[in-house]
Ligand binder design. Structure first.
Ligand code: NI
Length: 390
């Protein structure tokens, strides 16, 4: 218990360092695969602490700390990318880059893991194994984790842990769950090609918006009529594109949306059904329909049950712990969990008194900085205890 106390006290000591780093990253946000400045700072800090540092996925950094006693290797992961969002917070550390903002809290993750890197380097002699830190780029739609995995950086690790600050949980509360945690995510685009013309003469054109509306409605029936009601699924189609003019029938109509599930077989089945719907309705109205996945698909994030239990056990030293609800949001941490055992964990950062109430990706998203030291302590404790106990 002595070492745990020491780690926690040290994380509290590092609070101002963690907040300072978080604010620096917050003011200088970088989008996916553009994390040049952020990764340089990370790389320099880690080298100074004695880590063996490598580059990954272009703008990512992987760092190894060897306790020198053999044993297992545990990985800790933070993501570093920001979002194309214009910040609306009125804070002294507001984003300096127009149209870019750390609206998901990845600035906090990077800062928390840098704090843990310091602590772990200080207790290096006490580590019964190796710690690998993964500062990855491009979590937001770029599947940076997939690249890190493909480059072999998790081939030699025994377990991995990741933390995400979470706006839907009270500040300071730590939450995770066994098994399926976050959903898979696909982005799809449906194109229906007809023949444009004057809206006053629909019989001389082939109006693609006609099957498009049938397809839109048919998609809504997949969840209610085709999927086992015990399996959570979301099909959202927020983008509909047709003509620009009230009197113009367009050549083409477009439907863009996202599919979320927790089960890859259910996902496959739904994709097949969407393809059938697109083809069938398009053909019925003399159009040509196509279906395409336009971004890298994220698999569901599924925690290893015993490591979720372990994370809960470790987190108890830091205050309240609760079982997280499943969420239809997605995470590329899923790619690590396809290869290695591990757990993804939420750290609550919602503080109504401070007005920190906005959801992730919102222009007024923020985190309660007062609890970031807990993220640092949790990272360090997970690594220390995993190596000690396993
Ligand atoms: Ni995020």
């Amino acid at each position: 218990m002595e070492m745990e106390k020491r780690v926690i006290e040290r994380a509290k000591d590092l609070e101002s360092y963690i907040i300072e780093k978080r604010r620096d990253f917050h003011q200088n946000p970088e989008l996916r695969f553009e994390e040049v400045r952020t990764s340089q700072i990370v790389e320099e800090e880690l080298k100074n602490l004695g880590y063996e540092v490598k580059r990954t996925a272009g703008t990512g950094v992987v760092a190894l700390l060897d306790g020198g006693k053999g044993g297992k290797t545990v990985a800790l992961r933070a993501d570093m990318d920001a979002l194309p969002v214009e910040e609306e917070n009125d804070v002294p550390y507001k984003s300096k880059v127009p149209g870019k903002m750390h609206a998901c809290g990845h600035d906090a993750h990077t800062a928390m893991l840098l704090g843990a890197a310091k602590i772990l380097s200080e207790i290096r002699e006490e580590l019964k194994g190796k710690v690998k830190l993964i500062f990855q780029p491009a979590e937001e739609g770029g599947a940076g984790a997939k690249k890190v995995v493909e480059e072999g950086h998790v081939d030699d690790i025994d377990a991995i842990f990741g933390i995400h600050v979470w706006a839907h949980i009270p500040s300071g509360v730590i939450a995770t769950r066994r098994g399926p945690f976050m959903a898979s995510s696909d982005g799809y685009v449906i194109k229906i090609r007809g023949k444009g013309g004057h809206a006053a003469s629909p019989h001389l054109a082939i109006d693609p918006t006609n099957p498009a509306t049938d397809i839109y409605n048919a998609l809504q029936k997949i969840v209610s009529r085709y999927v086992n009601p015990l399996y959570p699924v979301v099909i959202s189609t927020p983008v509909l594109k047709g003509s620009q003019g009230y009197n113009v029938i367009p050549d083409e109509a477009e439907i863009t949306g996202t599919l979320r599930t927790f089960d890859m077989e259910v996902r496959e089945r739904i994709i097949k059904k969407i393809q059938d719907i697109v083809k069938g309705y398009s053909m019925a109205w003399d159009c040509e329909g196509s279906f395409e996945l336009f971004r890298v698909s994220y698999p569901p994030t599924v925690n290893t049950p015993e490591l979720a239990d372990f994370a809960i056990e470790v987190a108890k030293d830091l205050g309240p712990v609760t079982e997280a609800e499943m969420t239809m949001g997605a995470e590329d941490f899923a790619f690590y969990l396809q290869k290695v055992k591990g757990a993804f964990i939420f750290l609550g950062v919602r503080n109504e008194e401070k007005g920190i109430i906005y959801p992730h990706h919102h222009p007024r998203f923020n985190v309660d900085e007062e609890v970031l030291w807990k993220g640092t302590a949790l990272y360090a404790l997970l690594a220390y205890r995993y190596l000690r106990d396993r």
